[in-house]
Design a protein around this ligand. Structure first.
Ligand code: GLV
Ligand code: GLV
Length: 328
């Protein structure tokens, strides 16, 4: 009989149909947000699951799902996985790298430009009927072209943003990362490696593209915000928790930095209430990879991981290497 798969959130219906050609599928077309207990109950008889960042896969869930062999995340980030627990339990994890790189880099740039040029703040002003006259300093922001872009996290997406900045906008690009890029990649991106403190002190725009982990928790807190220029902007397209949102709200209110652009939040979909009341922040609901072709590519890659795994070809984009055969 066919392996049993749970598709834990609603995805493109035709991609669920594609999965049905290979598997016995339980889907969630109404996109109900299940509790961990409801998710565990549905996984009790499943061999695989297609997850998104909103399902936590931890030891308790794995214990409740004795047949589960693979979790295919429809996201490049997989901090919703307890990878050590999955590996120990013999469960394969996969993610969706590469297919979203350029789309996400585009969005990082969109958010940077919207933030530096006060796009949403000025639109709210216009829609509210407050535009009665032009004035010399109305919504005067900061320049992108010719400025210094500081990128924290120089993976594929960070490199995509660096190239846009250096080649498209004549920006000076500096970056910080756990390890330096190979010289050829640095040259491609026209990016210079610097320490985190130097980056924060010198960048006009700070872009966060680092994966979330215990080590990257609150990469930007009150101390780091204090190092930034008062004219600087901060952009977070990485993950909630990379920034201390409460400390950021204080820095924005007190204009210790000029502005921020945030696509991800601690505790999302909740947003820190103080961020909702400060004017100098652009807020978007975790949509950096949200174009139709890219979301389709992500869903198809997650599906392809499930298909390849159960065909015995091995996962296409694994995030761990469990010992095979621990789970029958
Ligand atoms: C989205 O945040 C992703 O990790 O793909
Ligand atoms: C992270 O994996 C990235 O693609 O930047």
């Amino acid at each position: 009989s066919k392996p049993r798969i749970l598709v834990a959130r609603a995805i493109f219906p035709d991609i669920v149909d594609r999965l049905r050609e290979h598997f016995d599928v339980e889907a969630n077309p109404d996109d109900v947000i299940w509790t961990q207990q409801e998710l565990a109950a549905r996984l009790a008889d499943k061999d695989g699951v297609l997850t998104t960042g909103s399902q936590r896969v931890d030891a308790a869930l794995l214990a409740a799902a004795p047949r589960l062999k693979i979790c295919a995340n429809m996201a490049v980030g997989y901090n919703n996985f307890d990878v050590d627990a999955m590996t120990a339990a013999g469960v394969q994890g996969t993610n969706t790298p590469d297919v979203l790189t350029e789309t996400t880099a585009d969005f990082g740039f969109a958010l940077l430009m919207a933030t530096a040029r006060r796009l949403t703040e000025s639109e709210h002003f216009l829609r509210a009927g407050q535009w009665t006259k032009w004035s010399y300093d109305m919504f005067a922001g900061s320049d992108i072209h010719g400025s210094t872009l500081g990128i924290i996290g120089m993976g594929r997406i960070g490199q995509g943003i660096a190239k846009r900045g250096a080649h498209g906008f004549g920006m000076r690009v500096i970056y910080h990362n756990r390890s330096r890029l190979a010289p050829a990649l640095e040259a491609d991106c026209k990016a210079t490696y610097v320490g985190k403190e130097e980056l924060l002190r010198t960048a006009d725009h700070v872009m966060l593209v680092v994966p979330y982990s215990a080590a990257s928790h609150h990469t930007i807190g009150a101390a780091e915000l204090a190092l930034m220029k008062p004219t600087a902007t901060l952009i977070n397209i990485a993950r909630g928790g990379i920034v201390d949102d409460a400390a950021l709200a204080v820095a924005l209110r007190e204009q210790r930095i000029a502005a921020a652009g945030l696509d991800v939040f601690e505790g999302e979909p909740s947003v820190h209430p103080d961020l909702l009341t400060v004017p100098n922040v652009v807020l978007t609901p975790h949509i950096a990879s949200a174009t139709v072709p890219t979301r389709r590519a992500m869903a198809n890659l997650a599906a392809d991981n499930l298909i390849a795994f159960f065909d015995g070809r091995g996962p296409l984009t694994p995030v761990n290497q469990p010992v095979p055969g621990l789970r029958a």
